[in-house]
Design a protein around this ligand. Structure first.
Ligand code: ADP
Ligand code: MG
Length: 441
């Protein structure tokens, strides 16, 4: 079964990921599922965080029954009594708890203490903390939105965990939106909608992750709308996340969108260089991996897309270092992550930024670089300059030079203008984030 599961995953994952993380696993059948052995704790962490949910889904699909996977460090040939006390790490909450038997589903690792604060997520963190300290009263709903891998889920769990720390009887329920959809379909099928309604309305705080998946699912939206109203009216806390500003999600009912705006919506932005480096050092520390500041800076400089990628790079590095028994030096990092760093480096040159921005706004590259000052060119030009400053190491004069020989003050002015606009203008922020995404993959 495991072999078939691997075959299936082969189509979905890069060969690199497959070989680094899944091939080293050994499998053994278990009474009601599968036991997987990881060669070391890093692999275990990576598999649990990134692939476990998918593995379980594939196994369930292949076997036609619901499958649970247990993960531990060790090997399948040694059995219980002979095994040299393996490090047993609990599988994530998702793996062990069916969503609806009142289990809160919170991951205890995601707390405010383990969340590194920076300019990009300060507001989101503050809002989540206030909501956790004063559920139902601070902001309701609290909506965190922003690109993938930026810490929305982490903050949401952190809020839930803090609520329960203040009051262990506080009923917090965390669900990914697909789980909400799944439970609802199940309730419809078994004609137990009353039960479904009661269950969701009896919580003190409902946390639903990635609500963009509600798009186009009318029945779900209808049901969620009613749940929302019921919770809202009795001051039960609602926290939601979305991968973009909800008004921009197509096929989300207008009345639902308007409800989402009743509380507080906070954007989570991609972290800046310093924050990326700080996150890396913190993660390395948590995992007990020795990483110098030089290495942290190297990775932070080259991997700008999101925190998840950063963490992935760290995991790969740790696993390789462990495997070869070598310390993590900058040379070792460069060598180990050559391909990965190359894909992240590729897009972010000034000419590439110019090209992508020109395409994005439908203007000609030569016009973008010209001296013409019509607004339809001036704004994209400013954005391209600001992106160049943000995404490359070039100085202001160098950037000015690359934009048809402009003065460095012009570039500085562009950076400031765009930053201000991003704060006040949603459309602008969308464009900015979209461009960053296409440039950093
Ligand atoms: P999102 O839900 O926005 O896609 P996640 O919350 O899943 O992102 O974050 C991806 C990974 O990055 C998680 O392991 C999370 O712990 C980590 N992460 C993101 N931002 C931070 C941060 N500011 N400090 C520490 N870890 C972070
Ligand atoms: Mg998430």
């Amino acid at each position: 079964l495991w072999r078939r599961c691997l075959e299936r995953l082969e189509g979905e994952l890069s060969a690199e990921d497959l070989h680094t993380w899944l091939m080293p696993l050994q499998a053994r059948d278990d009474a009601d599922g599968l036991q997987l052995y990881a060669p070391n704790p890093y692999t275990l962490d990576a598999v649990r965080d990134r692939y476990l949910t998918r593995i379980e889904a594939v196994l369930s699909l292949l076997s036609g029954q619901s499958m649970t996977v247990r993960l531990e460090v060790g090997s399948s040939s040694a059995n219980g009594s002979h095994r040299p006390t393996p490090v047993v790490v609990k599988p994530s909450a998702v793996a062990e708890a069916p969503p609806l038997n009142f289990h809160h589903n919170l991951d205890p690792h995601y707390t405010f203490e383990t969340f590194v604060e920076g300019k990009s997520n300060q507001l989101g963190k503050a809002a989540a903390m206030q909501v956790a300290q004063n559920p139902g009263r601070a902001y309701n709903p609290l909506l965190l939105y922003g690109g993938t891998g930026l810490g929305k889920t982490h903050l949401m769990h952190a809020a839930g965990n803090l609520m329960r720390e203040h009051n262990p009887n506080f009923k917090v329920l965390y669900l990914r939106s697909e789980q909400f959809v799944g439970s609802m379909i199940e309730a419809l099928r078994t004609k137990s909608m009353d039960e479904f309604k009661r269950r969701f309305r009896s919580v003190d705080a409902l946390l639903i992750d990635d609500i963009q998946f509600f798009a186009g699912k009318d029945t779900t939206q209808e049901e969620f709308f009613h749940t929302f109203n019921a919770l809202f009216e009795s001051k039960q806390q609602i926290i939601l996340t979305c991968d973009r500003y909800p008004k921009e999600v197509d096929k989300l009912e207008p009345r639902l969108k308007s409800r989402l705006g009743w509380g507080l919506s906070v954007a989570i932005e991609p972290p800046d260089f310093e924050t990326r480096a700080a996150i890396l050092l913190a993660k390395a520390h948590d995992k007990g991996v020795k990483v110098s500041e030089d290495v942290a800076m190297l990775l932070a400089k080259r991997i700008r897309s999101n925190v998840r990628d950063l963490e992935g790079a760290l995991n790969t590095l740790a696993a390789r270092a462990n495997f070869y028994g070598r310390p993590i030096t900058t040379d070792f990092a460069e060598e180990t992550l050559r391909d990965l760093l190359a894909t992240h480096a590729q897009a972010v040159t000034v000419p590439n930024i110019q090209k992508i921005v020109a395409e994005y706004f439908g203007v000609r590259l030569q016009d973008l670089l010209s001296k013409r000052r019509v607004r339809s060119l001036a704004r994209p030009r400013q954005i391209a300059m600001a992106l160049s400053k943000e995404l490359t190491e070039h100085s202001l004069p160098e950037i000015g030079e690359a934009f048809g020989g402009r003065d460095h003050t012009t570039v500085l002015h562009a950076c400031r203008t765009i930053r201000k606009l991003c704060e006040t203008d949603t459309r602008m922020r969308q464009d900015w984030e979209q461009l960053i995404r296409s440039l950093t993959g």
